[in-house]
Design a binder for this molecule. Structure first.
Ligand code: PLP
Length: 376
């Protein structure tokens, strides 16, 4: 007999395998899985400290930066977003947040919770911001921080940020960029583009599980951090303290998620082994194949072609398709997960991701075959 204090034991963990072709997480690379079975080390073991340094060095290469303050935050992408904003914004600071989708909205809300005076530059979902539009907004608002999303996962739109650093310098603003869906899939050239702060995640282009948020702070962001009048409002995300753990002092801050660092280290090794350019081209190649197939099926995407991301397509559902039932069929009959729509596109799009390890020919064929059965 079981009582309230002794629940019956659930069976051994054995979920039906899925092909994760949504907006993330995407499937783990088998080498990442293998790395995660490596025995634990202590978080201050000299061997682990070396692995941390190697991970940081590879992260710099993938972010294309020499920024010393480049490290993975122990959190998901939202934690990376929060870490950037809470370190750079003090109550009363002005922030200009560009919103053209769900994740821009999240950034605006986080900036508000840092006590900032938030000005939202709003664009229709699926569209992007031009340099002229942002120059005008910077001139009007004169913010300390400009926040923008490089790859808007709710719409599949790619925002050009190559001009952003130079533009922000004209107005003495800091350029903060959400690279959650871009890192490892499309170019992120932090130093060339003079981006002051950026963050990402582990579970999309890097083919690792969710749980780490790569982050990088450039010299102007560091200067703003050390010029704060008040302490960083978050203890856990305070980069002045995290820097002492990840820097040469190795002062204990929190217990690093060892297994996740193993995973990230292997994910980054895979990126660099392949080469950044080859990796970006692979994402473009499979996106072209996907788009050809979508077109043949008469399906259209939300974002304009000129700014369509290769790693994430938001496919507009044909009239009469039931979103929830359709995705259930994909999952149950084909073992494929795609993402539903967010915000105003809930029930109107399916978000198909071909990210990192999943940017592969057989993923393209499998998802197109399933879409043909379920949608057409
Ligand atoms: N920013 C963007 C562009 C995202 O796509 C996501 C998640 O999909 C996030 C932020 C939040 O990341 P997470 O869900 O890992 O916290």
């Amino acid at each position: 007999m079981t009582s309230a204090s002794t629940p019956s034991l659930p069976g051994q963990l054995n979920p039906t395998p899925r092909l994760l072709l949504g907006p993330g997480p995407s499937d783990l690379h088998p080498r990442v899985v293998a790395a995660m079975t490596t025995p634990l080390l202590g978080h201050l073991d000299p061997q682990f400290l070396l692995l941390m340094s190697e991970t940081q060095e590879m992260l710099r290469a993938v972010f294309q930066t020499r920024n010393e303050l480049t490290l993975p935050i122990s959190a998901t992408g939202s934690g990376g977003m929060e870490a950037c904003l809470v370190n750079l914004l003090e109550p009363g600071d002005r922030a200009l947040i560009c919103v053209a989708g769900y994740f821009g909205e999240r950034m605006a809300e986080m900036a508000r919770r840092c006590g900032a005076e938030v000005h939202v530059e709003q664009e229709s979902w699926g569209k992007t911001f031009s340099p002229d539009r942002l120059r005008e907004a910077l001139r009007r608002v004169r913010p300390k921080v400009l926040g923008i999303v490089n790859a808007e996962t709710s719409t599949g739109a790619w925002q050009d940020i190559s001009f952003l650093g130079a533009l922000c310098r004209e107005f003495d603003a800091l350029a903060v960029v959400d690279c959650v869906t871009s890192l490892g899939c499309t170019p992120v050239a932090i130093d060339t583009w003079q981006i002051d702060a950026a963050f990402s995640c582990s579970q999309k282009g890097l083919s690792c599980p969710p749980g780490l948020a790569p982050l990088t702070f450039g010299p102007r962001a560091l200067e703003a951090l050390y010029r704060r009048k008040s302490p960083v409002r978050s203890w856990y995300f305070d980069l002045t303290a995290l820097r002492s753990y990840w820097g040469t002092e190795r002062v204990y801050h929190h217990t690093a998620p060892i297994t996740m660092i193993y995973a990230l280290r292997e994910g980054l090794r895979l990126v660099l082994e392949e080469g950044l350019e080859a990796r970006f081209e692979r994402h473009q190649r499979h996106a072209r194949a996907l788009r050809a197939g979508l077109e043949a099926l008469g399906l259209r995407t939300l974002a304009e072609e000129s700014c369509q991301l290769p790693q994430l397509h938001a496919v507009l559902l044909p009239d009469g398709v039931n979103d929830v039932q359709g995705r259930k069929r994909l999952l149950e009959e084909f073992g494929i997960e795609v993402g539903g729509g967010l915000g105003e596109y809930k029930g109107r799009v399916w978000r198909i991701g071909l990210m990192g390890y999943n940017s592969r020919t057989n993923c393209v064929f499998q998802v197109l075959a399933a879409l043909e059965k379920v949608l057409i």
